[in-house]
Design a protein around this ligand. Structure first.
Ligand SMILES: *Cc1c(COP(=O)(O)O)cnc(C)c1O
Length: 392
């Protein structure tokens, strides 16, 4: 009999999601508005902003969260609200999922890709500043910086915010993978001029599909909701002075989100336990590096556990060898995101860097990390890894 598939990250319901969805049916709120949308936004706002005024990066204006149909939609609206226009340039971490960069292209703007650094795998402050200086010298000051907390690891927030202030370029914080992660005790998603979240099926919590825009400015939240609901002017008939979008989250999906918020912290802990499990397994394995938080300022939700394999030190074994070993046991694993500057669709786009993202792509592997993995799943994973590395 074939063994059941162990997924990288699959949906994990807490149990109360159905109650909220049932309420939506009972009240006939089967629309992209209703009590679940409001309730989900409130739950996210409480989760993200509670205590923020006491933090190093706090501000008196707490801002708000707009629930949307996807994280990609949230990025698109953030760029629109920042005034990005055709021909403008937007800096973006190269090592990421295509959804971080695609909305730049939707607007006819040009992405400028920037390399990663090795501590967090995220936006390198040195290459970021180099890129800004060079773009300004070439005649265009970039309109925004998109930094990504890949796999839940916060990017170098202090350094990136400093550069953003120095050059007066706003930051869009792609926190799609980092709900529940913190830096110096403050929640990821609240550091940038805008933060974005994703509730896609494989993320830390899911609404089956959905996302949110996080802002520290109430007016921006209102603007995002206005644009996401077809930009209707205040009139009894349908009147429009701006181009609008159909980007609001449905009240059914938001019901799933409300239930998921009740188990978010528990699920983060379970993913962190999975990460500890890999640290233990690879403790004695030469050539394998399990990525860890660089210091105590960083708290990672461990959305996915990431390792890199140096084939020279690992006795010739490559990350591709481990991936196919696991696959033959019906265990899913995946190389890290292929950098955007290596993607055929972005082949003519400028890039600033020194090969770190490429090296991470060649040597890195994401391992099964779901909060719903069982003891038996862990045993299967451990045995498959041992078999591959020929130790016991
Ligand atoms: C998932 C993801 C997105 C996009 O979110 P969707 O809700 O799937 O549109 C954006 N950026 C990163 C880094 C992601 O992982």
């Amino acid at each position: 009999m074939e063994k059941s598939k162990i997924w990288l990250s699959s949906p994990h319901m807490g149990g109360t999601e159905r109650n909220y969805v049932k309420e939506a049916f009972d009240g006939n709120w089967i629309a992209p508005l209703g009590p679940n949308v409001i309730g989900f936004e409130k739950a996210l706002e409480d989760y993200l902003f509670t205590g923020i005024e006491k933090s190093d990066y706090g501000a008196s204006n707490k801002g708000g969260v707009a629930a949307l149909s996807s994280g990609t939609a949230a990025l698109h609206l953030a760029l629109i609200i920042l005034g990005v226009k055709p021909g403008d340039e937007v800096l973006c971490q190269t090592m990421t999922f295509a959804a971080s960069a695609n909305p730049i292209a939707y607007l006819g703007a040009v992405p400028i890709f920037v390399d990663s650094e090795k501590d967090t795998l995220n936006l390198c402050p040195i290459h970021l500043e180099e890129a800004i200086k060079d773009r300004i010298k070439k005649g265009k000051k970039p309109k925004a910086i998109i930094g990504v907390h890949l796999y839940g690891m916060p990017y170098k927030i202090k350094e990136i915010n400093k550069i953003s202030k120095k050059y007066d370029i706003p930051v869009i914080e792609d926190s799609a993978e980092a709900l529940g992660s913190t830096y110096k005790g403050q929640k990821c998603g609240t550091f940038g001029d805008f933060g974005i979240l994703s509730f896609n099926g494989n993320k830390i919590i899911t609404t089956s599909g959905g996302g949110a825009l996080v802002t520290r400015n109430d007016e921006f939240k209102n603007k995002a909701v206005f644009l996401a609901t077809q930009a209707r002017d205040n009139a009894p008939h349908y009147q429009h002075s701006e181009i609008g979008y159909n980007y609001r989250l449905s009240n059914i999906s938001a019901g799933i989100g409300r239930g998921q918020m009740e188990v978010l912290d528990k699920h983060v802990q379970l993913r962190r336990d999975m990460h500890d499990f890999y640290v233990e397994i690879f403790k004695e394995v030469p050539g394998v590096h399990v990525y860890l938080e660089p210091n105590e300022d960083y708290f990672c939700n461990n959305w996915l556990s990431v390792i890199s394999i140096d084939p020279v030190e690992a006795g010739g074994l490559t990350r591709e060898d481990l991936r196919s070993c696991l696959e033959s046991e019906n265990i899913e694993s995946r190389p890290l995101w292929k950098p955007m500057h290596l993607q055929p669709v972005f082949k003519n786009v400028p890039f600033y860097g020194a090969g770190i993202a490429e090296m991470l792509f060649e040597q890195g592997l994401c391992l099964p990390s779901g909060s719903n993995l069982t003891k038996e799943d862990r045993e299967r994973i451990a045995n498959a890894i041992k078999k591959c590395f020929k130790f016991s």
